[in-house]
Design a protein around this ligand. Sequence first.
Ligand code: LLP
Length: 415
Amino acid sequence: METNIEVIFKNFFYYKKEHFFVEDVSVKTIAEKFGTPVYIYSKNYIIDRVGEIKNAFKPINPLICYSVKANSNPEIIKILNNENCGMDVVSGGEILKCLKAKIKPEKIVYAGVGKKEEEIISGIKSNILMFNIESIAELQTINLIGKKYNKKISCALRINLDIETDTHHYTKTSKKETKFGFPIEQITYILNNKNHYKNINFKGLHFHLGSQLKTHTPYIEALKKLKIFLDKIKFIPETLDIGGGFGIHYKIEENIEDINIFGRKISEFILVNFKKTQIIIEPGRFIVGNTGILVSKVIYPKKTPHKNFLIIDAGMNDLIRPALYNSYHHIISEKKENSENILWDVVGPICETGDFLGKDRLLPENLKSKDIIIIASTGAYGFSMSSNYNGRPRCEEVLVDKKSIKSIRKRENLT
Ligand code: LLP
């Protein structure tokens, strides 16, 4: 396994002499032009990631529906549209964003346990590909709305297969205690009573096991369970959506299976057991996670007899993952320093002890005010989970394409 930083950055982010670059542009130039904190994304890295996932799953040629919640910046949605991706959405707001970015509605799948009537209507009116349904009450609601609009609505039933996954408790979505999907018994009941739902076209099934999964094994476990169940009830789905969740490297030394292994193992099983079924996958993090960085400046270094704190201008309102999941993001200095490294707690300016970006990180001893710090692997669930907490404006987002720099969202102005 690779043990250097390239496992995170490939060659789209790198040190050139002593400064850090995104494609052909120095991070320092962007920080000077747009201020900090700023999210920076590498357009060609995003395209490269889509290529990787297409290649890995080539044997089954799935419809790749990018999970918009990971990063919903319209420019990123447009890049993925150009790469022929569809979209996985979870709200009326995300449907609207996709339509504005000219995504074809027949490539949009819509999941979520709490779709409101107006959101369902917006999906129906725009003719999206499919609703992934999660409860009997939702099924009844969609059926009624379908009747009102005189349409047969294409749906997949989201199944909760009670699969254990090796990930943070908050992002496990396929244990039977979680709110997601139907238990097997209810699927049997619904499919045996299809005539109760005359305005629903039961096209297929959906599952999403969890996020940041390190190996393909839970997918195979789920597919095996599903196959046994479907053989029993004699239902051949036209479509099968196996969700997202493919893990990425946050730590250099982390053991995350290569996407080609995910792709090969899952494809092998599907080619034997789901020959006639169109497969959909919904990757979010895999596509954008490592393709973005959060760039911040040191406000004050604060050394005490007990701890060294690096107080930076990005906080938990810009990146909540460390505070919420205790998640790890690699942190480096923009300038390749020669000074000795010491342990720092990298913290934000927000009035909560949970406002940290990284604890006990080895960074140069001589870091001072205005020095630039880079928080890696923040392209997914970074900006999209940001807030105005503590009266802080949401930050700028910048896209780099070789030499070109484009602001893709202006810094908020809280006046
Ligand atoms: N499909 C469904 C139905 C989902 O709920 C999700 C993510 C995805 C696809 C995409 O999963 P991905 O490929 O990105 O793992 N905020 C958390 C992650 C929450 C994921 C929610 N659902 C984090 O920062 O780790």
